[in-house]
Design a protein around this ligand. Sequence first.
Ligand SMILES: [Zn+2]
Ligand SMILES: [Zn+2]
Length: 100
Amino acid sequence: MPCYRCGTRQTDPGKGPSPWKRGVVRDEQVLVCPDCQQAHDWVADLDRCGGCGSTMLVRALGETRCRQCAWAKAAGGTAAAGDGSLAADVEEALRRRFER
Ligand SMILES: [Zn+2]
Ligand SMILES: [Zn+2]
C-alpha cells in the first residue's frame, strides 16, 4: 500500500519497526511515509474515534474500530451493498440460464 499523500511505495523495512505510520482517513486504512509525517500535519487528516477522540483506529471487516476503547463504526453500508449486488448478479445469471 502506498503513502496516502505522495503515493510513495513502502520499501523493504528491513530491521526494526517501520517508520511508516498507519491510520484511517475517510474510512480507508492508509499508510503515511516518513517524509509526509514530517512535511504535513497528517494526524489532522485522520478519522477520529467517535467515543474517545483517539486517532488509533483500524479498519477490519468493513468497520472502523478504535484500539483505545470499544467504539466501532460500520462503513456506511458500502461493503454490504457490494455483496448484495454481487449476489443479485449471480441470481440474475442463474435465472437467465434456467429460462433458456
Ligand atoms: Zn508520503
Ligand atoms: Zn476510542
